[in-house]
Design a protein around this ligand. Structure first.
Ligand code: FES
Ligand code: FES
Length: 158
């Protein structure tokens, strides 16, 4: 079937199979391999992308369900000149990843959180991010990075 949607701010028109998941479409047909796939059963959050600004598990979302919608992947967060999004930069500055497999999904979930709640408490972050599993970091630096990114974003809006 023919599928049209917005991907990282640009229109995409592509053929897909009815059974293709969004993760398969992104990784295998659009070469956007920043989206990771781990559990494939909507448990770990590694495959998180934003659809209409909300975090979704792309491993279980059928690709055709994003027709006419806005999809953002990790490849869409940096500025065109390569400047990283404040959340990406905070993850680097605060050592909020080790293997990095969970990181794209973490960052996109964090973006959805900060879009909805620009000044989250530690508990807010922990609660919002509980669908994103990390096997390496122990979560403390992730929570810290998200709160620091919130501060940076607040400053940038002054
Ligand atoms: S790979 Fe999609 S939630 Fe784990
Ligand atoms: S940094 Fe390795 S799973 Fe999170």
């Amino acid at each position: 079937m023919r599928l049209c949607f917005q991907l990282n701010g640009r229109p995409v028109e592509i053929e897909c199979e009815a059974a293709d998941t969004l993760a398969e479409l992104l990784r295998n047909h659009l070469n956007l391999t920043g989206t990771k796939v781990s559990c494939e059963v909507q448990v770990c959050g590694a495959c998180t992308v934003l659809v209409g600004g909300l975090p979704v598990s792309s491993c279980t979302l059928l690709a055709y369900e994003v027709r006419d919608k806005n999809v953002v992947t990790i490849e869409g967060l940096a500025q065109p000149d390569g400047t990283l999004h404040p959340i990406q930069q905070a993850f680097i500055d605060d050592f909020a990843f080790q293997c990095g497999f969970c990181t794209p999904g973490m960052i996109l979930a964090a973006k959805a959180l900060l879009d909805e709640n620009p000044k989250p408490s530690e508990d807010d972050v922990i609660h919002y991010m509980d669908g994103n599993i990390c096997r390496c970091t122990g979560y403390v630096p992730i929570v810290r990075a998200i709160q620091k990114a919130a501060e940076t974003l607040k400053e940038s809006k002054k």
